[in-house]
Design a protein around this ligand. Structure first.
Ligand code: DAH
Length: 339
């Protein structure tokens, strides 16, 4: 009896400290065909019937106790092994060792649209969008662009199935859509993609982006226009740069102006970027022509309005010193990664 109890204690102690290999050996040592307990059971014949029964019972009990201990230990070893593996394989998502891919970012054109939008939002403008496929009415007619105007030529405009549907050549069509839907006061910008039927070179592309601006209210004047656009340029490029308004011509504005700012690279001294003039043309603007207000049934006697159009790629090029517009559309990661 004492002997069997000793065997159990000894085995339990050994099992406690065993690894998986030792465990297998212990199984053989205690429970195997020639194992200690099997030996005891085999030797029962030499005992009296009573001892046979008692020792047999105790030996079998010991067998199942040890078997159970071995199984338990095996399970815990397996679990520890698995835990270790999981721990080892646990991925650190912030580690560049596991993810050698660089993080994506917004395209520079989108970044500029977001930056410009946030300046205008801070000045009380809301943001609207219009369709890229437009009709002749929204893109030309309602904007006071007559049938004979060169912009309407198929050399300049991508017409679709017929001459009434086209790819918008500017976001100015967005002005008409906003005015059609809303009543004054209106203070809105319309960013979007536009299309021109022209060959591409370093400064031209058949697809580019513009941001249109429109303010309609009673008593809106050219002074308001000057204040808002100067403020925009200063906030976007820097307060130290000079801004000037030059007379110009657009069909949908009267008077019209082009806005120049001092070159941000040479601060007006003249360099390659500004072609030595010291100034850079940034946007077109003007007081909305009465005919445009009439086209959307606004009373030009009651309301006045100003509008402006910003070329997004152009502005981005001046902001970052990029000299070829085609770089924006080539999806070359070496270029894009810089933004
Ligand atoms: N639509 C003009 C263009 O594509 C840009 C423009 C000029 C928009 C003057 C305006 C504006 O709203 O007032 O060249």
């Amino acid at each position: 009896m004492n002997n069997i109890e000793c065997i159990i204690n000894e085995a339990t102690e050994k099992i406690k400290n065993a690894d998986i290999v030792v465990l297998e050996n212990l199984k053989v040592e205690y429970l195997g065909r020639n194992g200690i307990l099997t030996q005891i059971l085999k030797s029962l014949s030499q005992y009296s019937i009573e001892d046979k029964k008692r020792i047999g019972l105790e030996a079998n009990k010991a067998k199942s106790i040890i078997e159970n201990e071995i199984d338990k230990k095996k399970e815990s070893l397996k679990k520890a092994l698995l835990d270790e593996k999981v721990q080892k394989e646990k991925l650190d998502y912030s580690s560049s060792f596991y993810f050698p891919f660089s993080k994506g970012s917004f395209h520079p054109v989108i970044q500029t649209i977001q930056d410009i939008s946030s300046v205008f939002k801070s000045l009380g403008f809301s943001v609207a969008e219009g369709p890229e496929i437009e009709t002749d009415w929204y893109n030309f007619e309602a904007l006071n662009i007559p049938e004979s105007h060169p912009a309407r030529d198929t050399q300049d405009t991508f017409y679709l199935d017929n001459v009434k549907n086209l790819l918008r050549t500017h976001t100015s069509s967005g002005q008409i859509r906003v005015m059609e839907k809303q009543k004054p006061p209106i203070k809105v910008i319309v960013p979007g993609r536009v299309y021109r039927n022209e060959a591409s070179d370093a400064s031209h592309s058949s697809t580019f982006h513009q941001i249109e601006g429109l303010v309609v209210d009673e008593n809106v004047t050219f002074v308001d226009l000057k204040a808002v656009l100067s403020n925009f340029i200063h906030k976007f490029f820097g307060f130290e740069l000079g801004v000037r308004f030059r007379p110009s011509h657009f069909q949908f504005t009267e008077p019209s102006a082009e806005v120049d700012m001092q070159c941000p690279f040479c601060k007006g001294n003249g360099c390659r970027v500004c072609k030595n003039s010291g100034w850079i043309e940034t946007l077109g603007c003007g007081m909305v022509h009465p005919n445009v207000l009439k086209a959307v049934s606004y009373d030009p006697g009651k309301y006045t309005a100003y509008a402006f159009g910003i070329g997004v790629e152009r502005i981005t090029m001046f902001k970052h010193g990029i000299d070829d517009i085609r770089l924006f559309y080539e999806n070359d990661l070496r270029f894009l990664k810089q933004f």
